[in-house]
Design a protein around this ligand. Structure first.
Ligand code: NAD
Length: 479
């Protein structure tokens, strides 16, 4: 069993709290590692170190900073199997998907390093003679990155890479459920030459360490990926010092399948969207609206596909589609939501309960539900499991209005071969992302941003990088 320490000011140090938290392998329930329970003092030390390091870090040229990001990418690629195994073990992500996450994370560091020579300001015409108005983009200061358990390694990079390239220093708090890959990465980059304090990793709970980091007057920007509840708590904490927040929160993504859709494509995309990582992905299709004339055919095909989903240990060589849920809590939450849906009148077509094929672990069956009504909990609240509720619609306007009837606004999709219909729907859908005739999965050069309760600000691409910059205007009068 491994034991990790905090990484603060360029050193692995013991937490001032003696409490340790167990990290489990969800497939086997074995204890993989102990991480520090964390303390307010740990958080304060990390913030102090990051603030002290920031002047020298921002004084480097952007291209010098970018070299460290390229080094991080190279370290990840050199250790890709080790990191993928660590990730697969701590969160039951099937090894193929874990490998994708590791590879995309390396790409993410390289991609953000590429912005170094492209961070640009503006020159604005003045109303005065002999004056220029220069608009500069400056680093904010210390970036606090709070990570979830579902794509922990990639999301860590989503916070570290843009903050460092733009001249901020960074304090990362991994989730207590899946911190191992991040903490192994901290060890792997210990000798790449990054100055002490530029990048710190502090383990601990949201309520103690997370709260201390986000209440700190030293925080310049707080970036959270997590639940709406954590987002609300962080906004409250950030309000103390009017700290900027960037929030990537939950979702309840609708998929609209029109009668003129390519049926095979729609079925495959919807099922893979719901099955990937056991349905524990914020942006994947969570509720499906199908035009009434093709409803029966669609359900028959989806039911067949859901029945064929291979659920196995994350390390199975049988190329499984999904594995265990991440934790007992997560399993119980999904099971309760399905039971409640049944009480509200939903009919189970496939699955509908805990998988009985495993002695250990938190496996839930791929589940297909029909007889669904829009006001059911399963259509309104994030389920975060391999559960697919499907409902009929008659007109595209009805489908759009059902899709928009949600407190979330992260992603959506539409399946149709009719260009006019698709473009009309894209104009009407109130979501940060819309996918046309494909599964829900974003690109690193796009912009991942939730509307409504799904978040504030966004990540990825040029606009995600710019979240970590503040605008400063200089009025330059000459004689
Ligand atoms: P969570 O909110 O329980 O935890 C996320 C992180 O926030 C953890 O590190 C946790 O310790 C921390 N935290 C919790 N309370 C805090 C507080 N009061 N102050 C500071 N930090 C606090 O979420 P989770 O269970 O790890 O992840 C699942 C959730 O994340 C789902 O709702 C999912 O939709 C969402 N998510 C969203 C995106 C996105 O891009 N929009 C991506 C992945 C996950």
């Amino acid at each position: 069993m491994k034991e990790f320490n905090q990484y603060i000011n360029g050193k692995f140090v013991k937490s001032t709290s003696v409490e340790m938290t167990e990290v489990l392998n969800p497939c086997t329930e074995e204890v993989l590692a102990l991480i520090p329970g964390g303390s307010v003092a740990d958080a304060d030390k990390a913030m102090e170190a990051a603030q002290t390091a920031q002047y020298a870090w921002k004084s480097l040229t952007a291209i010098e900073r970018a070299r460290y990001l390229h080094k991080m990418a190279a370290v990840i690629r050199e250790n890709r199997f080790f990191l993928a195994e660590t990730l697969a073990k701590e969160q039951a992500k099937v090894i193929g998907l874990a490998q994708v996450e590791i590879d995309v994370t390396a790409d993410y560091f390289d991609y953000n390093a590429g912005w170094a020579r492209r961070i640009e300001g503006e020159i604005i015409q003045s109303d005065r003679k002999k004056e220029h108005i220069f608009l500069h983009k400056a680093p904010i200061g210390v970036a606090v990155g709070i990570c979830p358990w579902n794509f922990p390694f990639f999301v860590m990079a989503r916070k570290v890479a843009p903050s460092l390239v733009t001249g901020n220093t960074c304090v990362i708090k991994p989730s207590c459920i899946a911190p191992n890959t991040i903490m192994e990465f901290a060890k792997l980059i210990e000798n790449i030459g990054l100055a002490a304090g530029v990048l710190n990793f502090v383990c601990g709970s949201g309520t103690v360490v997370g709260n201390a980091l986000t209440r700190s007057p030293k925080a310049g920007i707080i970036s959270l990926t997590g639940s709406v509840f954590a987002g609300q708590k962080i906004m409250e904490a950030a309000a103390q010092n009017i700290t900027k927040v960037s929030l990537e929160l939950g979702g309840k993504a609708p998929a609209i399948v029109c009668a003129d859709a390519n049926m095979e494509l729609a079925v495959n995309a919807v099922v893979s969207s719901r099955i990937i990582f056991s349905g524990q992905v914020c942006n994947c299709a969570e509720r499906v609206y199908v035009e009434d004339s093709i409803f029966d055919e669609f359900m028959e095909k989806v039911a067949k596909k859901m029945t064929e989903v291979k659920v196995e240990d994350a390390f199975s060589t049988n190329n499984p589609d999904m594995s265990s849920m991440v934790s007992k809590d997560q399993l119980e939450k999904v099971a309760e939501m399905v039971e409640f849906a049944k009480k509200e009148g939903a009919e189970v077509i496939v699955g509908g309960g805990r998988s009985i094929n495993f002695d250990k672990g938190y496996f839930y069956q791929p589940t297909l539900l029909t007889n669904i009504k829009q006001d059911m909990q399963i259509m309104q609240e994030e389920v975060f499991g391999p559960v697919l509720p499907v409902m009929k619609f008659s007109t595209l306007d009805e489908a759009i209005s059902l899709a928009n009837d949600s407190e979330f606004g992260l992603t959506s999709s539409i399946f149709s071969e009719n260009f006019n219909k698709v473009m009309y729907a894209c104009d009407q859908l109130e979501f940060g992302e819309t996918y046309i005739n494909r599964e829900h999965f974003e690109a690193i050069q796009g912009f991942h941003a939730g509307w409504k309760k799904s978040g504030l600000g966004g990540a990825d691409g040029k606009h995600g990088m710019e979240e970590y910059l503040q605008t400063k205007v200089i009025y330059a009068q000459y004689r």
